[in-house]
Write a protein that binds this ligand. Structure first.
Ligand code: ATP
Ligand code: MG
Length: 462
């Protein structure tokens, strides 16, 4: 099976990673000096074996939470009932958790009880074999009760124990399996995959916030295309994002879209997402930009297929999906705006100067242009409109994209106008004239106003 290490972007720098590790080792030593067992556990062991800097170090110990709280001066009791304490060492947080075995799960999310136990049981309660190993950081010995090393060498995601039972306990693991398989470009072991497929319809039994967090991780941790192919293959996509499955088989005209149907196009877009470069908002916009195409598809008499209105119709759908995935209001608004405007650049070359300046001066324009670049490269590949916008924006940035208005509301009031619809219209027209270069000084602006709108009581423009 193919194996490839995860890209290092978005991870801490080498120096910072080395310091973090040294602090984690110090926490382990302190626990051992107090007579307890302590080991690196889970994801950090996996990452170190893959020679990736771990995002964080988790420590598993035989010490009960109350003892951990006594040993370290600065702790946060994040989940004492589960034996989990956050230890702050030299200002950095480390999760320290007592070895435990989980009791039965009643709600497919949390065990009803936990029993503090030993390292072997603690490995067995974890999700996948690659995540179930410990490392003794003082001897570099890997402690592997679950066959994690072999699966890591082969590039396999395998549930620990009975896959069906493990996914049934906590449905989030269904999405985590896909996320790790995509991130490392590994395969999912057949019995594990079969269990995911069987339990996929029940994934909504967990909080949408957890689902949303995993989906965003799949979108932003690298290899989003592979992640979404796997989600589709095992049936999770249909349950979590049926609007994306609905893009399958939606044909497009080959002249604009030689790549194929809307789903294929969306996958090609996802393939272009880069770790560290593209954030949650852009990734969601890339995923959702064509979400309204199925409802806007129309075949013309000449056989061409059009999707008029899909940008405008897609915006509220994208917003609703973001909110369903429990993203923030700001994220939902920005994604909806990106979806709504994702084809506007096509008209850029025909825009009046003022319109172009307004377009290129908007908040979010860089993200919008990045979305259009990804969208175009995944279709016709003709980047001329995008490049025109980038070049124009560069020119405008060397001056000022949107200057301060030379004529403001207070000037209008001073000249006897009163606030109202016409008032706003005058200000907009004055700003347009300024952007077009017709008005260049405050004096010229006032002269323009007197000439065009002489009557303070709101006479019609000349
Ligand atoms: P990442 O690199 O994304 O942080 P991770 O595997 O470290 O991946 P964490 O959420 O940090 O994920 O969890 C740390 C460890 O806790 C995992 O490696 C795994 O051993 C265990 N774990 C986390 N979530 C679950 C879960 N839902 N079920 C069982 N074990 C879990
Ligand atoms: Mg982790």
């Amino acid at each position: 099976m193919q194996r490839e290490a995860s890209p290092a972007e978005g991870r801490p720098s080498r120096g910072a990673a080395t310091r973090t590790r040294a602090r984690a080792v110090a926490v382990v030593r302190r626990l051992r000096e107090a007579g307890h067992q302590a080991l690196f556990a889970g994801g950090c062991v996996r990452d170190e074996l893959l020679r990736i800097d771990p995002g964080d170090y988790d420590i598993a110990t035989s010490a009960p939470a109350s003892v951990v709280q006594q040993i370290f001066p600065r702790t946060v009791p994040v989940g004492v009932q589960f034996g989990v304490v956050l230890v702050l060492h030299e200002g950095e947080p480390f999760q320290v958790a007592t070895f435990r075995r989980d009791g039965a799960y009643v709600d497919h999310r949390h065990p009803v009880s936990v029993e503090f136990s030993d390292a072997r049981h603690d490995a067995e309660r974890r999700d996948f074999t690659i995540n179930g190993m410990f490392l003794d950081p003082e001897t570099d010995e890997v402690i592997d009760y679950v066959g994690g090393r072999a699966d890591l060498a082969a590039g396999v995601i395998r549930a620990i124990g009975n896959p069906y039972a493990r996914f049934d306990e906590d449905r989030l693991r269904l999405l985590r399996a896909v996320r790790f398989a995509a991130r490392f470009r590994w395969g999912i072991e057949p019995a594990t995959f079969a269990a995911i497929t069987k339990l996929a319809p029940s994934v909504t039994g967990i909080a949408w916030e957890r689902i949303g967090d995993e989906i965003v991780k799949i979108l932003t941790e690298g290899r989003a295309r592979r992640g979404f192919e796997l989600l589709a293959d095992c049936g999770l996509l249909e349950v979590v994002l049926p609007e994306i499955t609905a893009l399958q088989g939606v044909e497009q005209s080959p002249d604009h879209h030689p790549e194929g149907d809307v789903f294929t196009h969306t996958l090609l877009c996802l393939e272009k997402l880069e770790v560290g470069r593209h954030d949650e908002v852009l990734a969601l916009a890339v995923l959702l930009h064509d979400v309204a195409k199925p409802s806007c598809a129309e075949r013309r008499p000449d056989g061409r297929i059009t999707f008029h209105g899909h940008c405008e119709r897609g915006a509220p759908v994208a917003e609703e999906i973001c909110l369903r995935l429990r993203r923030s209001r700001d994220t939902a608004d920005r994604v909806a705006w990106l979806v709504e405007n994702h084809l506007r650049h096509v008209q850029a070359r025909q825009m009046r100067v003022a319109t172009l300046k307004r377009f290129l001066g908007q908040r979010g324009i860089e993200e919008l242009l990045e979305l259009t670049r990804i969208d175009t490269l995944s279709a016709s590949g003709d980047l001329s409109a995008y490049e025109f916008c980038v070049a124009k924006r560069g020119e405008l940035l060397s001056t000022e994209v949107l200057p301060e208005p030379l004529l403001r509301g207070k000037d209008l009031i001073a000249l006897g106008h009163s606030p109202g619809p016409l008032f706003r219209q005058i200000l907009e027209r004055a700003f347009d004239a300024q952007l077009e270069g017709e008005i260049t000084t405050p004096e010229a602006a006032r002269a323009w106003l007197r000439e065009r709108y002489p009557a303070p009581d709101g006479g019609a423009p000349a």
